[in-house]
Design a protein around this ligand. Structure first.
Ligand SMILES: [Mg+2]
Length: 372
């Protein structure tokens, strides 16, 4: 007999406004579309997870996520959540691709099992930590816009700024130099070009910054995702460590990256790989190959960020992760999250936040939901 049979699978859509537009080399966002999954067990325990459309990154749209969730519903209803590994594997094997839809179900499943014994996901994953260090992302813009966002982030206590670049080709070097010289020393920067440079442009920019003595802890996804040879070209010549993001979607990608020495580290995101089960596999493959592991998020609500934070804490790498998305939400991070002095903090123990409801307890009128 099942210990924790899954009897409910509900999809709840919501839109969260951002406090400022978020601009990268790939897209501009003014809001986050969250497609949450609520799993319910026969004893009334709930588990929540979230998917977000990111067509330019994962290929997933709102419509494709809803269709994939319909498929996954059949994979998990009636299964035993307490048989966590088997059920999580069934989610992964339920269909090819569709990583953020799978992540929503995988995280909801882990959350359900954790809550059934009064735990948080972080505790379920094996850590008692309640915070991890995170950077703050500075969206792409002109010097004045990026300087004012950077100044605000430093005032809010973030010590490491991730600059979105990649829109100006080799001229990005000048922008970063000007910005760095206008910021108080020592402000540590990381760069994310979101595939916006050619391999040669990337090397030119990075050499220029190195000559100018700009402190940069890493450079993320300088070249197009599929160009692993180009990525390896940059990694071989870069004065700074190179982090693969869009090039590293799953454990198989990580294996290829290691084989080609295409990057120094990988950015693991639940939305990109399909949830906690594949994320742990990705991190294990990376470490076995000598690659560093960072944990990042897409633009997600507190629901998604909370699971990524638990994963980052449990993996235990002594690095500054990229988990600032919930700080961008106009109504605050919710889900029991807060940002304090450059760390993402969450509640643990007996005060597990109620997930899935707006802060004021009302259902968002824009949400659509269906129950089984
Ligand atoms: Mg990135």
């Amino acid at each position: 007999m099942s210990e924790l049979p899954i009897v409910g699978f509900e999809v709840v859509e919501r839109s969260y406004r951002l406090s400022a537009p978020f601009k990268t080399a790939l897209r501009q966002l003014d809001s986050v579309t969250s497609i949450a999954v609520r799993l319910a067990a026969a004893d009334g325990t709930e588990g929540w997870g979230e998917a977000v459309p990111a067509a330019r990154i994962t290929g997933e749209t709102r419509g494709s996520i809803l269709a994939a969730l319909e498929e996954l519903r059949g994979q998990v209803l009636g299964r035993d959540a307490a048989d966590l590994l088997d059920t999580a594997r069934a989610v992964q094997q339920g269909l090819v691709g569709n990583p953020s839809a799978k992540a929503a179900v995988d995280v909801a499943l882990h959350d359900l099992v954790a809550r059934s014994v009064g735990w948080s996901i972080s505790r379920l994953l094996g850590t008692a930590a309640s915070s991890v260090p995170t950077d703050m992302t500075i969206g792409a813009g002109d010097l004045e816009e990026m300087l004012s966002a950077s100044t605000r982030a430093l005032a809010d206590g973030f010590g490491l700024l991730k600059l979105k670049v990649g829109l100006r080709g080799a001229a990005d070097g000048r922008l970063v130099r000007d910005l760095a010289s206008a910021l108080p020393e020592p402000t540590i920067l990381r760069l994310d070009a979101n595939q916006g440079w050619t391999p040669r442009q990337a090397v030119r920019v990075l050499e220029e910054l190195d000559r100018a003595g700009i402190p940069i802890d890493l450079v993320e996804q300088p070249v197009p995702a599929g160009d692993l040879r180009g990525l390896a070209f940059v990694t071989a010549r870069s004065p700074y460590p190179v982090l693969a993001d869009e090039s590293a979607r799953d454990a198989h990608d990580v294996d290829r990256i290691a084989e080609l020495a295409a990057a120094d580290a990988v950015n693991v995101k639940l939305m990109k790989c399909g949830g906690l089960l594949p994320a742990r596999e990705m991190a294990a493959v990376a470490r076995a190959a000598g690659l560093g592991v960072y944990v990042g998020v897409m633009m997600e609500s507190g629901l998604g960020v909370r699971a990524a934070a638990a994963f980052a804490a449990a993996e235990g790498d002594p690095v500054v992760h990229d988990l600032d998305a919930a700080a961008w939400l106009a109504d605050g991070p919710q889900a029991g999250l807060s940002y304090e002095r450059g760390r993402l903090c969450w509640q643990v123990g007996g005060r597990e936040p109620k997930l899935g409801e707006p802060a004021d307890g009302r259902r968002d009128p824009r949400s659509s939901s269906r129950r089984d």
